[in-house]
Design a protein around this ligand. Structure first.
Ligand code: ATP
Ligand code: MG
Length: 243
């Protein structure tokens, strides 16, 4: 297991003056405009906002899966836009865990193999990572399902596997895009609890996008993506109240 970097650079997330446009019918449509975001080490932040406001786009830009038109993204003291594609892939695998709404588990692999995938792609599976996979799956109540295939699990159980997979490489940052979408309220609460508790236990930064007010309310910091920028949820509510 690698040591966490001890560099003197800021260790959180710094997003500066981020711009992103998409082409639509031959014209550029502006999605993110001069967006600023700062996340402190260990901090949990939630983003809500209307459908199409650019929340998923922002997560892709922060993870270097997509490139902005302008702006800077610094993760753990690293300017990720200055890295080569190969270095970006390595950086993502080592430092970032993803939880997506459709959890994209590989159907032919068992539960425990799915959880171990980022380790396989990274520094290889060791006894330590195998033990961690079992510990995480036990933590989410799936200790008897290690050998099951994803198709044999419920949607909520699959989502729990996806949370474990996001944590297996002990990432400094978890990006979660609608992790409780399509789940019933009770299961959604379990997944929200898990993300918040595990990120707190592992001192991991958590950036979560959701349409769920219940989930957003449980985060210490709640931002709203509006008109291409992030604003504090309290200010967004005032804006809505005025209009
Ligand atoms: N690859 C792309 N090419 C063109 N337009 C895109 C592309 N990806 C996203 N968009 C557009 O950018 C806007 C923001 O999309 P994004 O998926 O980030 O929204 P979102 O806030 O995550 O929405 P939702 O809450 O529905 O998931 C949308 O209008 C979308 O159609
Ligand atoms: Mg989205």
């Amino acid at each position: 297991m690698t040591e966490k970097s001890q560099s003197a650079e800021p260790q959180g997330v710094q997003v500066r003056r981020l711009f992103k446009n998409y082409e639509s019918a031959g014209a550029a449509v502006s999605i993110l405009r001069e967006l600023e975001l700062e996340i402190q080490p260990g901090e949990a932040v939630c983003i809500t906002g209307p459908s199409g406001s650019g929340k998923s786009t922002l997560l892709y830009l922060i993870s270097s899966l997509d490139r902005p038109d302008a702006g800077e993204v610094h993760l753990l003291g690293t300017d990720i836009l200055a890295l080569s594609e190969k270095e970006q892939t390595q950086f993502r695998n080592r430092h970032i865990g993803f939880v997506f709404q459709d959890h994209d588990l590989l159907p032919q692999l068992s539960v425990v193999e799915n959880v171990l995938l980022p380790a396989i792609a990274g520094e290889g599976v060791t006894t330590e990572t195998e033990q961690l996979a079992e510990k995480l799956l036990t933590r989410v109540g799936l200790q008897d399902r290690l050998k099951s295939l994803p198709a044999q699990l419920s949607g909520g159980e699959r989502q729990r596997v996806a949370v474990c997979r996001a944590l297996i490489n002990k990432p400094e940052l978890i990006l979660a895009d609608e992790p409780t979408g399509n789940l019933d309220p009770a299961t959604a609460k379990v997944i929200g609890d898990l993300l918040l508790e595990l990120s707190r236990e592992q001192n991991t930064m958590l950036l979560c996008v959701t349409h769920s007010v219940e989930l957003a309310d449980r985060f210490p910091r709640h931002l709203v993506l509006e008109d291409g920028k992030l604003i504090a949820a309290s200010n967004a509510l005032q804006t809505t109240a005025k209009s």
